[in-house]
Design a protein around this ligand. Structure first.
Ligand SMILES: Cc1ncc(COP(=O)(O)O)c(C=O)c1O
Length: 366
């Protein structure tokens, strides 16, 4: 059936959600395809939500999330007018793109990276300019600078990058910001910042103080383990936040999500413990993979990247047979979330199998 619509949507690849854990008789199966946290919400969160939020589901939430915004402003040492909430950082990024880019405008972003970027950009009517990562799966900063022109309205930095888990360091970030016009917005998408322990990592909030064109996007979905509640936020200069607020989905962030986020902020010690435990698991997996002879980019997020190239699809089947759903990008590689210990052990077994079968690895990390 033909119906009147925007033809640009026809060629848009829809967002692919990480597949659920495959059922394999006799095995506990695991979903390690969406970079979710294997831990439940932090202690106190469920109780606070049931005591403070569930009793008034008949009411709309506070549209501006005033109390949470004040908490976040204090946490980051900025004015509350510099914080904007969204239904996940996906919506925050959507607000920003809608604010700055429309028909005839361009948005420069690294690729491969978070697959929502091209969708959000096309939905805004703008044109995406993907800039290939370098051989190590890192942002190619010089190529990104070269991709900017008079039509560019936004540059996106994804630190650490999804799916390659690579870090953007301070020098690279400074080089980028120094080379770009001061009025060109630059988004630092820091969905996995808590896991980025590279001592030289760029920090969007620090950069923002020197470069008011920097916007930082953060989320409660990953380290905080609230992916199911859809809540994230941006930190940016007041005029940018005011603009994002205008294009935000009205009442998009529920009171349950706001309450859970506030209770999570009360549990920073426990958050730090969990992040530490996940980083230790990541180090254990990395050591195991290296012992097997894998060369992978040093992971700085709660996931890691197997640069399998053409062998990715074949390897995916081995993971499925072992009761594991991983995130496969055919022809490129496989992204695997650090999950439960048993899931991680099983990944190592499958990876050892892949080595035994002699599946060729892409030269990405050579
Ligand atoms: C790089 C990156 N940015 C942003 C997001 C959005 O997360 P959410 O909308 O759950 O906050 C994700 C989710 O996977 C991501 O990988």
């Amino acid at each position: 059936m033909y119906y009147r619509h925007r033809a640009s949507i026809d060629s848009l690849p829809g967002y692919r959600q990480g597949s659920p854990a495959p059922a394999v008789p006799g095995l506990t199966s695991y979903k390690i395809s969406s970079n979710e946290n294997p831990y439940p919400p932090l202690p106190g969160v469920l109780q606070t939500v049931s005591e403070q939020a569930l009793g008034h589901l008949n009411r709309y939430p506070d549209m501006h999330g005033t109390r949470l915004v004040e908490r976040l402003a204090k946490l980051h040492g900025v004015d509350p007018a510099c914080i904007q909430l969204g239904c996940g950082s996906t919506e925050v990024i959507t607000q920003l793109v809608d604010l700055v880019a429309g028909h005839g405008d361009q948005v420069v972003y690294p690729w491969r990276s978070f697959e929502a970027y091209p969708i959000i950009i096309t939905m805004a009517g703008a044109t995406g300019v993907p800039v290939p990562l370098d051989k190590q799966g890192r942002h190619d900063i010089e190529a990104m600078i070269a991709a900017v022109n008079d039509h560019t309205r936004l540059v996106i930095v994804n630190n650490p990058n999804n799916p390659t888990a690579t870090n953007v360091d301070r020098d690279q970030a400074e080089r980028l910001l120094q080379a770009l016009p001061a009025d060109l917005p630059v988004l630092f998408d820091e969905a996995y910042i808590q896991f980025n322990d590279d001592p030289d990592r760029a920090d969007g909030l620090t950069l923002m103080r020197e470069h008011p064109n920097v916007i930082v996007a953060r989320t409660f979905s990953k380290a905080y383990g609230l992916a199911g509640l859809r809540i994230g936020y941006a930190v940016a200069a007041e005029p940018i936040i005011a603009g994002m607020n205008k294009v935000a989905l009205p009442f998009g962030v529920t009171d349950v999500a706001q309450t859970a986020a506030m209770a999570s902020l009360d549990a920073q010690d426990r958050l730090a413990e969990r992040v530490q435990a996940l980083k230790q698991e990541r180090a254990r997996i990395l050591a195991g993979l290296q012992e097997q002879g894998w060369k992978i980019p040093e992971p700085r997020a709660n996931y890691y990247w197997l640069p399998l190239g053409q062998a990715a699809a074949q390897a995916d089947q081995l993971f499925r047979d072992a009761g594991l759903s991983v995130r496969t990008f055919p022809g490129e590689g496989i992204r695997i979330t650090v999950g439960e210990r048993e899931a991680n052990d099983r990944v190592l077994e499958v990876c050892a199998d892949l080595r035994r079968q002699g599946l060729p690895q892409d030269p990405i990390a050579d």
